[in-house]
Ligand binder design. Structure first.
Ligand code: COA
Length: 178
């Protein structure tokens, strides 16, 4: 498995990976929702405000993760990891964790200080994320599952409380995905 930053020509293949993977794991409707979300982030976000990574096997994209900027009033360099997919046939072989670790290392090299995500703590705790209360760092939108708000510092320190609101990129600013 090869891990790399995406090429903008990969956008349609990446969208299709999300559609397929979430159709298999949840439902066709969920596949369409997450596929469109992934596409919208890639199509509408400034290059400076996102990192898209892929895992490739034999020339085909087998996994993808998307980080988009999370903006705070104090100016800290922060990103949000979502969505994440590993193609059904490759799940359970460590690809998801290896791809996320590859992404986190790259963000660290780019000076990113904090990374947040919204998902299953049992999975994301394997790659360094821990629950974050809204008193410490506010999510950009109201959460239907507050226990899924997770974060980690890439600078070796604990996450200090951040005052004020956080803002996600436009494509992630949809109440129904939170
Ligand atoms: C979640 C996902 C990205 C994990 O990638 P992966 O390559 O299968 O994961 P890894 O092989 O690195 O890690 C597997 C471990 O994570 C656990 N895990 C996998 N998917 C999980 C999930 N959705 N929730 C909780 N734990 C999960 C497995 O139990 C496994 O643990 P084990 O090794 O003790 O059996 C992938 O399974 C996937 O795309 N699933 C469908 C879409 C999805 O749920 N996306 C993430 C939304 S939060």
């Amino acid at each position: 498995m090869d891990f790399s930053l995406y090429n903008p020509n990969d956008v349609t293949e990446i969208k299709n990976l999300f559609v397929r993977t979430f159709s298999d794991s949840e439902s066709e409707a969920e596949g369409e929702i997450v596929g469109s979300l992934a596409y919208d982030v890639m199509a509408t976000t400034e290059q400076n405000d996102m990192f898209v990574f892929i895992a490739k096997k034999d020339g085909e994209i087998a996994g993808s993760i998307i980080f988009s900027r999370l903006t705070f009033e104090n100016g800290i360099n922060a990103f949000l990891l979502s969505p994440v997919a590993v193609s059904t046939a490759f799940q359970g072989q460590g690809v998801g964790q290896a791809l996320i670790n590859f992404g986190l290392n790259t963000l660290k090299e780019h000076g990113v200080a904090l990374v947040f995500t919204y998902g299953d703590p049992n999975f994301y705790s394997r790659v360094g994320f821990a629950p974050v209360s809204k008193e410490v760092v506010k999510a950009p939108l109201p959460l239907s599952h507050p226990e899924g708000w997770l974060g980690q510092s890439l600078t070796g320190s604990v996450i200090e409380p951040i005052q004020g609101e956080s803002h996600c990129v436009a494509a992630m600013n949809k109440p129904e995905i939170w």
